[in-house]
Design a protein around this ligand. Structure first.
Ligand SMILES: NCc1[nH]cc(CCC(=O)O)c1CC(=O)O
Length: 305
């Protein structure tokens, strides 16, 4: 049997897809696994601001189309880039064990967040990162910065450029072998990651048992439950990568602990709350409800598209 993995062509996406291909070959000796590289709208419009191109599934729609046409049997995504609304055509065949979910600061001269000069400029196009940076350091200037991970680092470290630092997912940096560039790994108390950050999604056609059966041993149930809780939390708040919302769940002894944060986009106000529970969906919804009861909707006014 041969499995074709649909993948984006960025270095990070190729690393992730090759990683899944390698694991599948190890798990199933004799199985052929091939990559099919596709470009997505998000890849082609890298220079535009994200809110401008917008749209759900910016990095995933083309891969899903290839799955649907049968040109690919599975697609590997960063799970944080997958829309939180389930799509009945597809299923998450595996959520492999998560890498670090945390955020990493890369700055010129290696300064930590607290050491950045007054009024320093941090590059990020993520409203979640921008709001939390402003909450931690109201003096910082936040400037839009897009592009693939290596491009963003290059722009941020360019001494003639406008940036003093950039905030990126540690998991992506580790996958690209760029962790040596990290100035500080930010604790979740300071910057809560995006829901599902650091986790991969191995997506397949719903009901394609031949494929799903081979993906099953790649699944890491504690990771799956944690990211389900984080994504349920985001979904209950209205979804979307444009919301200044962070979440992180950890499972210990079969119990999930989910922490979530909602901010005003300018970082002037934030609400953080944590709950424990057993059922990921219920926990995510309950945490969203708890934050809404404390006034989260007021903070998100204007952030909802
Ligand atoms: N939004 C782009 C994206 N999607 C996944 C990762 C990194 C890997 C991950 O979080 O799983 C990144 C780059 C970043 O946010 O630094």
């Amino acid at each position: 049997m041969k499995l074709v993995i649909g993948t984006r062509g960025s270095r990070l996406a190729l690393w992730q897809s090759e990683h899944v291909a390698r694991r599948l070959r190890e798990l199933h000796p004799g199985l052929e696994v091939e990559l099919l590289t596709l470009s997505t709208r998000g890849d082609r419009e890298l220079e535009k601001a994200l809110p401008e191109i917008g749209g759900k599934g910016l990095f995933t729609a083309e891969l899903e189309a290839a799955l649907e046409r049968g040109e690919a049997d599975l697609a590997v995504h960063s799970l944080k880039d997958l829309p939180t609304e389930p799509d009945p055509r597809f299923t998450l065949g595996a959520v492999p064990e998560r890498a670090s979910p945390l955020e990493a600061l890369i700055s010129r001269g290696g300064a930590r967040l607290a050491e950045l000069p007054r009024g320093a400029t941090v590059g990020t196009s993520s409203p979640r990162r921008a709001a939390q940076l402003r909450a931690a350091r109201p003096d910082l200037r936040i400037e839009s910065l897009r592009g693939n991970v290596p491009t963003r680092i290059q722009k941020a470290l360019d001494p003639t450029g406008p940036y003093d630092a950039v905030l990126l997912a540690l998991a992506g940096l580790e996958r690209l072998g760029l962790q040596g560039q990290v100035s500080e790994v930010l604790p979740p108390e300071v910057v809560l990651p995006a829901p599902a950050q650091g986790a991969l999604a191995v997506q397949a056609r719903a009901g394609d048992e031949a494929v799903l059966e081979r993906l099953r041993p790649l699944d890491h149930p504690p990771t799956r439950r944690a990211v389900e809780a984080e994504r349920a939390f985001l979904r209950a708040l209205g979804s979307g990568c444009s919301l200044p919302v962070g979440a992180l769940a950890v499972e210990e002894n079969g119990l999930l602990r989910l922490r979530g944060r909602v901010l005003r986009p300018d970082g002037s106000q934030s609400l953080t709350h944590a709950l424990e529970g057993g059922d990921p969906e219920q926990l995510g919804a309950a945490l969203a409800e708890a934050l809404l009861a404390r006034g989260a909707a007021r903070l998100l006014e204007g952030a909802w598209a």
